[in-house]
Design a protein around this ligand. Structure first.
Ligand SMILES: [Fe+2]
Length: 320
């Protein structure tokens, strides 16, 4: 069975996206992501590749918190997410789960066929399982991604890319080069300039590379597949960002553009490539950002978690 509805693919869809696009898929059909299969996945999946997060009650609360699953059974994990206020990233499913890996490969092959572009050589997938009230703070991603919605209802807000009113250029450079986490400062007035997209099961969305965005769950347990990839075009954009960052931070020059094409962009991409090679050579790795673990998942708590720290006596009790 095909996984994509090619007739719904807009000609503007690209693996290096320049505009907001939606298309239809069939990943949500059948039992692939039914409760029983999600429970099996939680029970069998490497726990260190499952990232459990919670967020404040509203956007202005700001910070993510990271939590521990301990040895909770899959059915309790799903119960906590369904009733609580959690966002769970099941990471690297393209590598750790053969069935989902095949699904991602097949989906990308069908997109490539529909848009006439080669399948990106590098791609990755994360299965997102989140509570009805969960949301994702305003942020930008370094590489292109597609969001394949499978269960529940979701609203995605997408803001203009490379626009200083929505996202300061130095911050985008820091995010894209791994010098800052993905979060961006948000003001409610930004919503006036946003595109709002409500996703139902069977819809997928793609938005311009580096465009700030945020997500609100609207209804029900939400399940989506987030895939990301790198293309020659997105890699060049990244090198231009690196070059801009060197100009700004080390040479005191304020870059006027993030455009990836043209002679100036070629110079900046060359500068960025050189800086990247030097960084790797001298092993000056960018900081890895990780939130401290401050809660443990508990299906008996109204928010789906308890504030007791993992490793405490309470935590050991939960594992029994
Ligand atoms: Fe994102």
């Amino acid at each position: 069975m095909r996984l994509l509805a090619p007739a719904t693919v807009d000609p503007s869809l690209s693996f290096t996206p320049h505009c907001l696009t939606t298309f239809q898929h069939h990943l949500h059909e059948g039992e692939r992501f039914a409760d029983a299969n999600l429970i099996d996945l939680f029970d069998s999946y490497p726990r260190d590749s499952i990232e459990v997060m919670t967020m404040g009650a509203k956007l202005s609360d700001g910070e993510w918190r990271r939590g521990a699953l301990g040895r909770l059974r899959g059915r309790d994990v799903l119960e906590a997410i369904t009733r609580g206020h959690l966002w769970v990233n099941i990471k690297h499913v393209h590598e750790n789960d053969a069935r989902l890996g095949e699904l991602v490969d097949e989906s990308y092959s069908e997109i490539a066929e529909a848009i006439g572009e080669p399948v990106p050589r590098w791609k990755a997938a994360t299965l997102l399982v989140s509570s009805p009230s969960a949301f994702v703070y305003y942020h930008a991603d370094a590489v292109p991604n597609f969001l394949w919605h499978i269960r529940g209802l979701k609203r995605v807000w997408v803001y203009p890319a490379h626009d200083e009113r929505y996202c300061p250029a130095p911050l985008v450079e820091d995010i894209c080069t791994g010098h800052a986490p993905e979060g961006l400062p948000y003001e409610p007035v930004f919503d006036d300039g946003a595109s709002r997209l409500d996703l139902e099961p069977g819809m997928a969305a793609s938005w311009p590379l580096h465009a700030p965005h945020r997500v609100d769950n609207l209804e029900g347990l939400n399940v989506s597949l987030s895939t990301e990839h790198v293309t020659p075009g997105s890699r060049r954009s990244l090198h231009v960002m690196r070059g801009n960052r060197v100009l700004r931070r080390k040479l005191g020059v304020v870059p006027k553009s993030m455009r990836p094409d043209g002679v100036r962009a070629s110079f900046k991409a060359g500068l960025g490539t050189f800086e990247h090679a030097m960084t790797k050579l001298f092993r000056k790795r960018a900081t890895a950002f990780e939130w401290p673990m401050t809660f443990r998942v508990d299906p008996n708590e109204p928010r789906g978690f308890s504030d007791s720290m993992p490793g405490s006596g309470d935590d050991e009790k939960a594992r029994e």
